[in-house]
Design a protein around this ligand. Structure first.
Ligand SMILES: [Zn+2]
Length: 285
């Protein structure tokens, strides 16, 4: 009953060390940090990265973002292939939980057509309506043209370390909880995952560099500062929620480990960590 950390879309994004804090002169490698959680109720995938259909037809990502994130498309990196490589049948992925529906998070949905797809209702509405030019760029309806089994969640539920939280995504997977963290998009959320000795919090695109949630001297590389401001649906709300994450880390850092979707440093730190999914009976593994 292991929690696996997967990078499901290597990207060689524009902006080198001076702008993004790491990488080469002109570009930096970023990851699409996803989780595969083995539970008694089947497999749970947290975010999907890019999928096999994106590899087959990169045009469906659209020209603007393709040029800036520069995905290094490979079948081996898709969640579908990594699930198989871990010895699982892709049809055993029963639930997909999404931080949001941006193209670099939702590309693999079509590879798991039978899974229930959990998302905040506001996010699904935004991705379906695509009301602004920014939303028409970031949301790619081809990635959900197979009509997934959406499960829409409202932003209300039991409190979680001071955050309003949706209830567990499903009764069969009690240790996976959606945490509202709007700002980057209308219905962006974090996904808290209980394990045998604490919690992981997948913060999605709430921040891009681990230096932003440093509790002593938070700082953001200038390229990420500009990028996050440009793509944010609501920048003041985004900044406020980022501050709340720093507070969470300051007061509960021993119980909750934060990571975001795209920081390769955090991914390397967690990639080889042995973590076991939570069991309600307390056995832990
Ligand atoms: Zn992203």
């Amino acid at each position: 009953m292991t929690i696996h950390h997967l990078d499901c879309a290597g990207m060689c994004t524009v902006g080198g060390r001076a702008l993004l804090g790491h990488g080469g002169l002109l570009t930096s490698r970023i990851v699409a940090h996803c989780l595969l959680i083995e539970t008694g109720g089947g497999l749970v995938l947290v975010d999907t990265g890019l999928g096999t259909e994106d590899v087959a037809d990169p045009r469906r990502l659209g020209p603007a973002l393709r040029a800036s994130i520069r995905p290094q498309l490979s079948l081996a990196r898709t969640a579908l292939h990594q699930v198989r490589a871990l010895g699982h049948n892709p049809s055993d992925v029963r639930h997909i939980v999404l931080t949001h529906l941006d193209l670099d998070h939702a590309g693999g949905l079509g590879d798991f057509p039978d899974a229930q797809v959990h998302v905040f209702a506001d996010e699904l509405r935004a991705a379906t309506a695509r009301a602004t030019r920014r939303e028409r760029t970031r949301y790619r309806p081809a990635q959900w043209s197979h009509n997934p089994r959406w499960v829409e969640h409202e932003t209300a539920g039991d409190a979680w370390f001071g955050f309003a939280a949706a209830r567990p995504v499903a009764e069969s997977v009690p240790g996976v909880v959606l945490i509202p963290l709007q700002g980057h998009t209308r219905g962006h959320c974090g996904i808290a995952v209980r394990h045998s000795s604490g919690w992981l919090l997948h913060c999605g695109d709430s921040y891009f560099s681990h230096t932003e949630v440093d509790t002593d001297s938070p700082r953001c590389p200038p390229g990420f500062t500009a990028f996050q401001r440009i793509v944010a649906h609501d920048n003041p709300v985004r900044i406020h929620n980022q501050q709340r994450l720093r507070e969470l880390r300051r007061h509960h850092g021993a119980e909750v480990e934060l990571f975001c979707a795209h920081d390769p440093y955090e991914f390397e730190r967690l990639r080889t960590r042995r973590q076991f999914s939570h069991r309600p009976d307390g056995s832990g593994s």
